[in-house]
Write a protein that binds this ligand. Structure first.
Ligand SMILES: [Zn+2]
Ligand SMILES: [Zn+2]
Ligand SMILES: [Zn+2]
Ligand SMILES: [Zn+2]
Length: 315
């Protein structure tokens, strides 16, 4: 069961957002969402069973939830942090797993950022936090998700306008204590460093031709074995039978012998790595199990850059 969220932030009498930890029982506090007065609950006890300091409503109004207050508070605190870091020219690093090329990316969020605003009205949508570049255009938005994911209209709008969407999912009031960490490891970053396809707008994938110097399993003479490795997740490999003409010619120019061979297991002919001496060939299954898998985590295998490729448009 999901832990129940507590109200851990409130406005003080000057309208400044404070945490229950820093609040005093002698002061008055108000809910950031419904604006009603709150009581500070702070027992001073710690340990098992004792709740952390928090606020409670005298009368809870219908449209006020701790989720709403968590969302509001995280947004305001992150906004202040970003403002401060823009002023001080501090780096805000993010690390994320790319949904396009499946690699880990790293980048400084504030690299080209000149200004930041919350709830900026973009007609179609109103992102929680919008980051502006030198020209005053929104180019990055941050959506903070407690219960409501950004809607599809907004996501499409960001995509169509080359606005990078960063999503930070929250699940506990503890998230307010580690804002930097949440930003360092955002839940989703809709951005890849690969170039975009000018035709369809998708990120391209990078292809590399791997050429291994091996010995023929039959005659023992030298034999080159090739396949293509692409940063396309689990389908990130292509066997010669899947190569296009350009790739076939490129592999041949690197000394690989590719010939149409008949595979008994597949009951068909396909292009395969072939031994120049005895014409034994490496079938697709064998290639995958014995050569591709072997090199999955190997960084220092000989590779040739085949450039970027759009999976969508097949070019
Ligand atoms: Zn309230
Ligand atoms: Zn990527
Ligand atoms: Zn394309
Ligand atoms: Zn051979």
């Amino acid at each position: 069961m999901k832990k129940q969220l507590l109200y851990v932030t409130a406005f003080n009498e000057n309208g400044i957002l404070v945490k229950a930890n820093d609040a005093e029982k002698t002061n008055r506090y108000y809910c950031p969402i419904c604006k009603n007065e709150l009581i500070l609950r702070k027992s001073g006890k710690v340990g098992k069973g004792s709740k952390r300091p928090h606020f409670a409503h005298y009368h809870l109004t219908e449209n006020c939830t701790p989720e709403g207050v968590l969302h509001y508070s995280f947004k305001k605190m992150l906004l202040e942090k970003i403002k401060e870091n823009i002023r001080n020219k501090t780096v805000m690093n993010m690390i994320w797993k790319c949904n396009y090329c499946h690699k880990k990316h790293e980048g400084n969020l504030l690299k080209k950022v000149f200004d930041v605003k919350d709830e900026y009205d973009m007609n179609i949508c109103r992102p929680d936090i919008a980051l502006f570049n030198e020209k005053g255009n929104v180019f990055v938005v941050i959506e903070i998700v407690v219960t409501h994911k950004p809607d599809d209209n907004a996501i499409d709008y960001y995509k169509a306008n080359n606005i990078i969407l960063i999503q930070i999912n929250l699940d506990s009031e503890d998230n307010l204590e580690n804002i930097d960490e949440k930003l360092n490891n955002p839940s989703i970053v809709d951005f890849c460093f690969n170039p975009k396809c000018p035709n369809c707008g998708n990120y391209k994938i990078k292809k590399e031709l791997v050429v291994l110097d091996k010995k023929c399993y039959k005659c023992g003479r030298p034999m080159k074995i090739c396949y293509i490795s692409s940063n396309n997740g689990s389908n990130g490999f292509e066997k010669p039978s899947e190569f296009n003409e350009k790739e076939i010619n490129f592999a041949k120019s690197k000394g690989v012998l590719l010939e149409m061979r008949y595979s008994k297991t597949a009951n068909e002919k396909y292009l395969a790595n072939t031994c120049p001496n005895c014409k034994a060939f490496v079938g697709d299954w064998f290639l995958y199990d014995n050569y591709i898998l072997e090199n999955i985590y190997e960084k220092n295998i000989p590779k040739y850059d085949m450039g970027y490729y759009c999976d969508e448009c097949n070019k």
